[in-house]
Design a protein around this ligand. Sequence first.
Ligand code: SF4
Length: 366
Amino acid sequence: MKEINKILKKAEDSEEINQEEALSLLKVTGKDFFALQQVADQICFEKKNNLVTFVINRNINFTNICYQGCKFCSFSVSNKNEESFLKNHEEIKEDVIDAKRVGCTEVCIQGGINPELDFDYYLDILRVVKKIDSNMHIHAFSPQEVFHMAKIYSSSIEDVLKELIRAGLDSMPGTAAEILVDDIRKVICPNKISTSQWIDIIKIAHNSGIPTTSTIMYGHIEDLQNRIEHLQVLRNIQAETSGFTEFVPLPFVSENPVLSKLTEYPLKASYGMADLKLFAVARLFFNNYIDNIQCSWVKLGPKFAQVSLNFGVNDFSGTLMEENISKSAGADFGEYLTPEKIIDIIRSAGKHPAQRDTLYRILKNY
Ligand code: SF4
């Protein structure tokens, strides 16, 4: 208790907490758990003035064909699978028109690593969006996709990003991070880019003027120390580039993926308190580094996502529409929350709802 209080006092005084201290906080229970909650909520309250934001956006998953074979993924299929799809630019255009119709300020575009696609396919997606609405913010393509584009375009990451920016890219999701510890990556996503490749691509994006989110996919075979190592990687990058807009903890959805059946790597169960501790610790660990901590209502469910707003979370993510990735993994929650529903959830948590754009500029207070 005494030791925990000391760490919490440091955080309250805006001092940096180190990895060992963060690890101790991830293990708290009982009164210490509530003390952690209070400090995270207080820091968040002071930093954000009790505001909880959301963005009106839609997801566009343009293909589920992918041969990367990530063990946690139930979204990807081969091109022989009857459920496989690849959207053409006409279909993507319809999605963007739909997004504009419901007032979206952002489209979030990601897909599988589909070998049938050439670099022009990706560039044309961006051009299609900007042709429909030059003000629509394009949040697109994970570091893994950018890496793939560099391969098929036989070019450097820098040059690929230059082309993407020229075609309309505004920001990138910091996905494909999963856990930035190579021993874990070798098991859960053996064909994905390594930790150092992920870091390099993200830094190049930031230095090219492309902000990104930062994410963690947790609650599978990693341990608490791995989670903290991951947070440290992100904090180091942010200290150098200031390019992360937010941190998004993504709990592993275990219902369908192969990873849940690997007997040699049993899942380490992660329950609700572990989720809440991670959110709160992220708020403290990233204090003065990453301003925004986002909950994923698609993964957590709207009710638990609301609870997270008392644990250092200040952003409720977006309206989404068409969220296929979590659903394929077995998540129970819907594809779309209306802005009205989100406002209601935020307000009934005692927070002030506000609509933001992708870069966290406030568009409307409610
Ligand atoms: S997580 Fe992404 S890269 Fe990995 S298999 Fe699924 S779609 Fe492919």
